[in-house]
Design a protein. Structure first.
Ligand code: KIV
Ligand code: NA
Length: 272
C-alpha cells in the first residue's frame, strides 16, 4: 500500500479483514512496518520497553513527542497514532485538547489514543469536534494500574456489562476505534458485535476487528516479563545477546577486527 488509511477508513473497516496494528518507537522499526500494518501506535509502553520505567505512569509529553517524531520519519503508508501520557488529558477537555494538539502538531501524527470509557466520553467528544481523531482504550488500562490493583483481567462476570457500556460510550462520543486490553474472549466478541466501531484486541479475542501488540514483545526483544497474550514471533533478544557475546570474545582474542575491516596506508580507488 502506498498511502496511509485515514481514521475514517479504519472506522469503515469494521467487520472486514482484521486490522493489523503494532507499536513503534523508533525510525527503523517504523520503516520495517510501514505499509505492512494498518496502524502504528507510538504507545506509552515506550516508557517500560525502552526507558526501563516500572510502569507507564512516568511517561511524559516530551518522551511521546520525541518518539513520535522518530516514528513519523519512518512512516508514510500506515496510520500513525500517538498515546496521550498519564496526566495529559484526565483533568478536563480543555487540557486534553491542548496536549492532543501539541502531540499532533509536533509529531505529525494523524490521531491520538487515550485510556478510559464512560468517564472520558465528554473529553473524546470535545477532541473529535475540534479535529482530533481519537482511538479509545478500555478494559485493562495500564495508566490506572494502581487504582486497578495490578495488571488483572478486566470485565469478568458482572463487570462485563460496565465494560460494554464503556465501549459504547466511547463509540457514541466519536472515537474511530477502541482498544480492548486483557478481557475475556467472549466479552470481547460481544463488544465487537454490539459496538459500531472497530475493536482492536490485545489479550482479547481473534474475533475482534483487529489486533495490536507491543513490537518489542512480539520480536522477543523485551524479555523482563511476558504477559499471557504476547506471542513471540521471533526471539531477537536471544540473538542479540549471542552477537554481543561473540563480539566480546573476538575483541579479547584479537580476531576482530580482521584484515578486511582495516585500512592499508595506500589503497587506489578506496574512498570509504
Ligand atoms: O502503549 C501501548 O503499547 C498500548 C498498546 C498495547 C495498545 O497502549
Ligand atoms: Na498505551
Amino acid at each position: 500500500r502506498q498511502t496511509a488509511p485515514t481514521p475514517a477508513a479504519i472506522r469503515a473497516a469494521k467487520g472486514g479483514t482484521p486490522l493489523v496494528a503494532l507499536t513503534a518507537y523508533t525510525t527503523p522499526t517504523a520503516r520495517m512496518m510501514d505499509g505492512v500494518v494498518d496502524i502504528v501506535l507510538v504507545g506509552d509502553s515506550v516508557g517500560m520497553v525502552l526507558h526501563g520505567l516500572p510502569s507507564t505512569l512516568g511517561v511524559t509529553m516530551e518522551m511521546m513527542i520525541l518518539h513520535g517524531q522518530a516514528v513519523r520519519r519512518g512512516l508514510g503508508a500506515s496510520l500513525m497514532v500517538v498515546d496521550m501520557p498519564f496526566g495529559s488529558y484526565e483533568a478536563g477537555p480543555e487540557t486534553a485538547f491542548a496536549n492532543a494538539a501539541r502531540l499532533m502538531s509536533e509529531t505529525g501524527s494523524e490521531a491520538v489514543k487515550l485510556e478510559g470509557g464512560r468517564h472520558m466520553a465528554d473529553t473524546i467528544r470535545f477532541l473529535v469536534a475540534r479535529g482530533v481523531p481519537v482511538m479509545a482504550h478500555v478494559g485493562l488500562t495500564p495508566q490506572s494500574v494502581h487504582a486497578l490493583g495490578g495488571y488483572k483481567v478486566q470485565g469478568r462476570g458482572a463487570a462485563g456489562e460496565a465494560l460494554i457500556a464503556d465501549a459504547q460510550a466511547v463509540a457514541e462520543a466519536g472515537a474511530f476505534a477502541v482498544v480492548l486490553e486483557k478481557v475475556p474472549a467472549a466479552l470481547a466478541d460481544r463488544v465487537t458485535s454490539e459496538v459500531p466501531i472497530p475493536t482492536i484486541g490485545i489479550g482479547a479475542s481473534a474475533g475482534c476487528d483487529g489486533q495490536v501488540l507491543v513490537v518489542d514483545d512480539m520480536l522477543g526483544l523485551f524479555t523482563e516479563f511476558r504477559p499471557k497474550f504476547v506471542k513471540r514471533f521471533a526471539t531477537l533478544g536471544e540473538r542479540a545477546e549471542a552477537a554481543i557475546a561473540a563480539y566480546a570474545g573476538e575483541v579479547r582474542a584479537r580476531t576482530f577486527p580482521a584484515e578486511e575491516h582495516t585500512f592499508a596506508d595506500t589503497a587506489p580507488g578506496e574512498t570509504t
